[in-house]
Design a protein around this ligand. Sequence first.
Ligand code: G6P
Length: 524
Amino acid sequence: MADEHGATVNADVRRRDLPDPARDLLSRVTLIIASNRGPVEFHREPDGSFSTRRGTGGVVTAISAVSRFTDAIWVAAAMTDGDRLRAELAAERGEAVIEPDNADFRVRFVVSDPEDYDRYYNHISNPLLWFLQHYLWDTPRQPDIDHITWDAWNNGYVTVNRQFAEEILAVADSSAQPPIVMLQDYHLYLVPGYLREARPDLILQHFVHIPWPDPDYWRLLPVEFRRAICHSMLANDIVGFQTPRHARSFVYTCEATLDDVDIDYRRREIRYRGHTTYVRSYPISIDVDAVRRVAASEDALRHEEHIKTFLNEHTILRVDRAEPSKNIVRGFQAYDRFLELHPEFLGRVNFLAFLVPSRLEVAEYVDYLDDINTIVGRINTKYANVAERDGVAWEPVRLFIGDDYPRALAAMKYYDVLLVNAIFDGMNLVAKEGALLNRRNGVLILSEGAGAYQQLSEHALSVSPADVESTAHAIYQALTMPPEQRAYHAQALRRLVIEQDILAWIYSQLEDLAATVGGSLVRE
Ligand code: G6P
């Protein structure tokens, strides 16, 4: 198969693994994926050439698994100077899409004015929508929706969403096969509305990777924002969420926000202005083979040797972006409390925290990183002279700051306890990566607010995220759990993750899309 963009497509072999309806669908359509962050970023080298680096983060990793089955085109924001320059070059050469070396996708960049982009990304997407959707506001004080927020909405979020729609339409219009557009996440809520207006025939699916809060909480946003979001999201044929709970909240939010919606709760359908949207949940997961491959890489093995020097009789681990929703500070408070309650563990337990600094353009993230450093300093000082380990002062917490995925995976092999106490989280893939890789029958402490809770809670110790006291008790319970019980739960978790990996996530979405294209989606 070759298409109008001149790509040689050799996807037939890969497609063989797919369920029939999905395979048939992919042979008849062009898949267009759109997300803020793309699969590659470009960097200009001193000799004028471009080098590429894989886009970071869970969304890119998850969607990249689609490339096993089809040669999709990915529309993404130009986020680096290199991306912008490469996009300019493509425009000069009349290239409809860029074909990066060593990448699985053809790419088309959305190039925005840097100030518009800043308003869209650093004012509305993160923090406004992100904080809202993770219930992170300290509501008596925040948010203040002032003229700056309104300006960021009108001249940032709206503008960049329109540009995304234009680029997607350009790809769709030049596609020989009928296009299916798979939109990702909260950056692009207004895109489906613009697309539907221009091309009523398009099949549109939007997956929201983060939680969807209750309608009452959405009322913190101006009604104009809420209406625009719900109106646009109902231009999709399918809207997908991580859990049925988030899907239900979406339905209720549309009901509370728009006058003319007609909802069939049993079929999870919303009819709005003559169009039907199916609301579904697809729990995202990890690419088991890919994660295992990275964990077995030379890089990871090298880190493993180093990490082993930080292990203690008991090792607690957390791996997170340094992000307020991850509840890192309360995790350390709980650890401190556990040490107070159980001094018999002093000197015998280490807490290793691998944290990736994130979104440092947003003040709340910088402050949060400071809070983390402060509490870690306080705990390490408090216990500095109480115990020794191998002749040196015991350091109860060890922070590893930086973005090093192989290193984080290497550490996951060795925990006795994995602490995932996020306040709210769309899914939390660390819980799944840990369950897959751990070799010590480690215990998972899992927040009720993580999407992963729905799938994994039976084999984890549950914590309510604000409950520091119970989290301290959970740490104790985990560290004193009988070995056979640890083994039973660890094996069950591993099985669950292997059975429901990223392919299950992709298959179920493609099957539902196939059913939509085929007429109606009645699969329950
Ligand atoms: C996390 C969330 C994703 C989101 C991404 C954006 O990974 O789980 O839902 O799309 O952050 O991160 P970025 O660094 O691209 O702003």
